[in-house]
Design a protein around this ligand. Structure first.
Ligand code: SF4
Length: 168
C-alpha cells in the first residue's frame, strides 16, 4: 500500500464522498476552461481575491501541476466542506514533510464570502486558486476516472465538487 493512501483515509474522515491518488497525467488541461472562467463566471469581476492568478501565466500554472508526482483528487457534494477538507489535507501533508503540498480549489470557506461583497477577506492566507484558472478540465478529468461530473440542470441537483491536493 502506498504511504500516500493515508490521505485518502484522511479525506474520508473529513466527510468527503471519495478521494483517489492520481498523477498529473490524469489531469486534463484545456485553455477553454480559462475562457469560461474569464467570461462565464459571475465571480470574476466581483472578487479578485478568489480569482486572482497572482501574476502567473497559464503555461506556468500547467507546469506547476506537472512538477508533482502525486495528486489527491477529492470528491464532495458540499462546496464548503470540500474547501475546508483540502486545506486540512494540505496542512497535514506539509507537516508530514511534503513541503510543496498545495490545494487547488475555489475558495468556499465562508458561508458568505466577504471578498465577494467588497470587504477584506478574513483569512487571505487560506485562499487557494480555482481549478478553472489553472485551465483544468474537471469534467473530463473526473469522468475519465469513473467519477460523476455532470452539468446541473437546476439548483436541486446533487452537486459533484472536486478539489485537488498536489502532494509531492
Ligand atoms: S476565506 Fe471567506 S472571504 Fe476569503 S475568499 Fe474565501 S470565502 Fe471569501
Amino acid at each position: 500500500m502506498s504511504k500516500l493512501e493515508k490521505y485518502v483515509d484522511l479525506a474520508k474522515s473529513l466527510k468527503m464522498v471519495d478521494a483517489m491518488l492520481i498523477s498529473p497525467k490524469d489531469v486534463f488541461f484545456d485553455i477553454r476552461a480559462i475562457l469560461k472562467c474569464r467570461w462565464g463566471c459571475e465571480d470574476f469581476f466581483q472578487n479578485s481575491m478568489r480569482c486572482h492568478t497572482r501574476d502567473t501565466t497559464y503555461q506556468e500554472r500547467v507546469e506547476m501541476v506537472k512538477r508533482y508526482s502525486d495528486i489527491l483528487l477529492v470528491h464532495s457534494h458540499d462546496a464548503r466542506e470540500l474547501s475546508t477538507a483540502v486545506l486540512e489535507i494540505e496542512r497535514r501533508a506539509f507537516l508530514d514533510g511534503y513541503y510543496f503540498a498545495f490545494a487547488i480549489r475555489t475558495c468556499n470557506l465562508c458561508k458568505s464570502c466577504a471578498a465577494e461583497q467588497g470587504h477584506p477577506c478574513p483569512t487571505p492566507d487560506k485562499v487557494r486558486p480555482c481549478d478553472q484558472s489553472f485551465g483544468i478540465d474537471v469534467y473530463k478529468t473526473a469522468r475519465n476516472l469513473g467519477l460523476p461530473c455532470d452539468v446541473l440542470q437546476d439548483q436541486n441537483g446533487i452537486q459533484n465538487r472536486y478539489g485537488f491536493v498536489l502532494l509531492g
